[in-house]
Design a protein around this ligand. Sequence first.
Ligand code: DGL
Length: 255
Amino acid sequence: MSSSAPVGFFDSGIGGVTVLKEAIRLLPNENYIFFSDSKNNPYGDKSDGEIIARSKEITRFLINEKHCKAIVIACNTASAKAAKSLRAEFSKIPIAAIEPAYKVVHDARPTGATLIMATKGTIKSEKFRRLYYSYYDHHTSIHSCPGLADLIENGSSDEVLDYLKKTLAPYKGKVQNVVLGCTHYPLAKKEIAAVLGNVDFFDGAPGIAKRLKYLLQKNDILNGGTAGNTEFIDSAEDEEIRKAKAARFYDILKR
Ligand code: DGL
């Protein structure tokens, strides 16, 4: 496998750009391909079988058609449900899977209470339960946010704020640490802070970027060349939707 081959990222939409940004910060010489599955989003309410089938199809495409040397599952829901199956089927390719940054909160020895926000699919998964019980050592609330990733994906800040006002109001003044357990949620930090006030955010992106670097080093496929580039692919059938997604993706990537 050539070290200049791209690293393939995927998510149900453009949310995983928050993960890609961290990877580019840490590994600027790599080439990247980001696959946004907006034709099939949201993933949060889909069955395990549907998520596994979709994740396999995308990974197969990234490896066989795009010749990716490593895969990053830039979606907490797909990581929770499909990482194991992907590693079993594509055992020769390093696969990094994101998880909600609850261990990071635990390691920071927090004084205040914690709120974990994630999709229903992530929260109900076995992988999340294991994570939660491994690091549960202080007051923690878990809140599933059905539909929130979709609103963020569609890009209306007012709708996101309305949703958050309705659902997060009971936590105002009661939590200090907020785990952004869906890769779309870092795009709504401003709106979450508008409802919850001055909280500390934790997301899994820096952790998975470090994990990717470790896997590339271990497999001796780190790219030593000059600055890499990023290709964006979206699964929507409508060309206008694909163009709009790409424009927003590159806009967020530049910021
Ligand atoms: N961005 C995804 C996650 O991290 C999925 C959101 C969705 O499609 O429901 O869970």
